[in-house]
Design a protein around this ligand. Structure first.
Ligand SMILES: Cc1cc2nc3c(=O)[nH]c(=O)nc-3n(C[C@H](O)[C@H](O)[C@H](O)COP(=O)(O)OP(=O)(O)OC[C@H]3O[C@@H](n4cnc5c(N)ncnc54)[C@H](O)[C@@H]3O)c2cc1C
Length: 496
């Protein structure tokens, strides 16, 4: 590309297509024309209901307020993800968003808590998590700070109807001039000389020409994969689940402000409460469970009556080797897929868009910008991949071929190094701009059964009595705050 970008074409109108349209129209709507092509005949993947806290920033940047968002997406609050039966049958822990306890200087709270445990004075780790306690008591109100203090309050995300969110973003984008075309792309036309994409030929006979193309065509990856031939790096040997069955069920009487992830013999099941229904699905490995068995397992483990037949979905965990190639940037499922255990897919779309805005071409597309985009995307995918593998790897389930394989198969060096560090001295480091915080890693490693051998010597700076009071005072603050919070169900009433 040797000329400034004038026409951006987005192929695909699932969550990623409309997120892209919203962000690009917000930032570049006055400088470029934006066209989105989607096919109602093909439809979208139709899942993707759990989010993580950075989505609040995404909405803030677009100027979408929380009340409108909760109303329009039939959304509920998510304070964390509870993992049931993951380490072994009967285990239960939460990856609660936000901090647990309070770090003292350089050493994280976990070291003080570990020392207190060894002296027999510490409670359960999650006694000191405001998010966890609020989640388990079904409480919520927006609370950036704990009242009368400067201490961080609740850190929340949402459960949403992703189809309604895409509709909301469509309205937002069309108001800002995005042109939508409902048609099926039949051919992707390439510039013979340079090999980049020059247009999309549609089944209605028209050609949509562009300078920059955003591939949001889902697993089909019509532009980046089928047309440009960019390879897919398969990570199934690290994350063996490759199928899901999904089914909505009736809404629950009480709406829990957290996601449930329940491990089964050949995979795990999600339960995501929305205002009008519950989203359910079972993620599994086809080598260990048949589709019939998966459907049966899913249907026999619902809290409420199913509203439909289970819908099968196939996927391959991995990533596109270059997520930006020539004049095509891939976002969403076309760029790679990490299974939904930590609800990271919509976040990866958000991150891809942030990166694209930062590296948006001016006079021409610079190869060095493409390289930087791909370098950052690779690192981000690999860091999230390791965090997800962690949950599978640390299990003690000896009587299940699936879980034995998850435990015993080779793991990325980057992950093994982190596990070894934590198991030895209880230390965790958040690397570069990594998504998951030290507290997130600590919760999952503790929850999956690691007991660090040692703690940081700084924890010895407190006497036994001081340590006891430090933990007790923090627990008092958490308990007092939770008692005063309204019920999550009451919080949701104005949005229903
Ligand atoms: C089992 C499962 C559970 C998930 N759960 C979560 C979750 O809890 N949280 C989360 O963040 N993410 C989750 N995800 C991921 C999430 O669903 C996706 O990241 C998100 O929906 C974005 O999808 P997409 O827009 O890239 O693709 P799609 O939704 O598949 O959209 C593709 C678009 O391309 C269009 N298209 C395709 N081919 C053509 C063509 N030839 N012509 C015209 N248009 C075409 C389609 O019409 C559609 O509009 C989950 C995914 C799976 C598989």
């Amino acid at each position: 590309m040797n000329a400034p970008i004038q026409k951006v074409v987005i192929a695909g109108g699932g969550s990623s297509g409309w997120m892209a349209a919203a962000v690009l129209s917000r930032f570049f709507g006055k400088q470029v024309s934006i066209t989105l092509v989607e096919s109602s005949a093909i439809g979208t993947i139709g899942v993707g209901e759990a989010t993580i806290p950075p989505i609040k920033t995404f909405n803030d940047v677009l100027g979408i307020n929380e009340s409108d968002f909760l109303k329009q997406t039939r959304g509920t609050i998510k304070l964390g993800i509870e993992f049931e039966n993951w380490g072994k049958e009967g285990d239960r822990y939460m990856h609660a968003f936000g901090e647990v306890g309070r770090n003292l200087g350089i050493a994280s709270f976990q070291h003080y808590w570990r020392r207190a445990k060894q002296s027999g004075v510490g409670g359960d780790f999650w006694d000191y998590s405001l998010n966890y306690q609020a989640a388990k008591h079904g409480k919520f109100t927006p609370l950036p700070l704990i009242p009368q203090t400067k201490l961080p309050g609740l850190n929340h995300a949402y459960h949403i109807d992703a189809g309604l969110y895409a509709q909301m973003l469509r309205g937002y984008s069309e108001e800002r001039g995005v042109k939508r075309i409902d048609a099926t792309i039949q051919h992707v036309l390439r510039n013979e000389e340079k090999g980049d994409v020059k247009g999309l030929q549609l089944d209605n006979g028209t050609i949509v020409a562009g300078d920059l193309f955003i591939d949001c065509t889902g697993f089909r990856a019509l532009l980046i994969g089928e047309t440009l031939g960019v390879d897919y790096e398969d990570w199934s040997h690290w994350l063996p689940c490759d199928r899901a069955v999904a089914v909505p069920s009736e809404r629950a009487d009480t709406i829990a402000p957290y996601t449930r992830s329940i491990a089964h013999e050949g995979g795990w099941q999600w339960r995501i409460p929305l205002q009008h229904r519950t989203g359910n699905g079972l993620v599994y490995s086809h080598r260990h469970l048949s589709e019939d068995e998966a459907c049966h397992k899913l249907l026999s483990n619902l809290d409420t009556a199913p509203l439909d037949e289970p819908r099968p979905i196939r996927f391959t965990t991995g990533r596109r080797r270059q997520q930006w190639s020539q004049n095509v940037v891939s976002l969403g499922l076309s760029s790679g897929f990490l299974e939904p255990l930590e609800s990271t897919s919509l976040h990866l779309v958000q991150q891809g868009l942030t990166r694209l805005i930062k590296l948006f071409p001016h006079q021409r597309i610079q190869p060095s910008d493409i390289e930087e985009y791909n370098r950052q995307s690779t690192l981000e995918f690999e860091q999230i991949r390791d965090f997800i593998i962690l949950h599978y790897h640390l299990n003690e389930k000896k009587d299940s071929p699936f879980w034995s394989e998850c435990r015993e198969s080779p793991k990325p060096e980057s992950l093994l190094r982190r596990i070894e560090l934590f198991a030895g001295s209880g230390r965790v480091f958040r690397e570069q701009d990594e998504l998951f915080s030290e507290t997130a890693w600590e919760q999952v490693m503790l929850g999956q059964g690691i007991t660090p051998e040692d703690f940081h010597p700084l924890a010895n700076n407190l006497s036994d009595d001081e340590l006891k009071e430090f933990l007790a005072s923090w627990k008092r603050i958490v308990d007092k705050t939770v008692v005063q919070l309204p019920n999550h169900d009451d919080f949701l009433k104005p949005f229903q």
